[in-house]
Design a protein around this ligand. Structure first.
Ligand SMILES: [Zn+2]
Length: 52
């Protein structure tokens, strides 16, 4: 046991350039934490996030 919360796979798609990022995140209190900061096109806010 490492106590890292619930691991989830997250697909983040940039709505500005269409780039997709597949990341491993943690779900804590309903919020997904991936450490993702921004897309390669400098977009930081306009994303579609799909949890798997
Ligand atoms: Zn982008």
């Amino acid at each position: 046991m490492t106590g890292t919360g619930t691991g989830v796979k997250v697909i983040i798609r940039c709505k500005q350039c269409g780039e997709r990022f597949i990341l491993k995140g943690r779900k804590e209190k309903g919020k997904i934490e991936t450490g993702f900061r921004q897309c390669i096109c400098s977009n930081q806010h306009d994303f579609e996030i799909e949890e798997q």
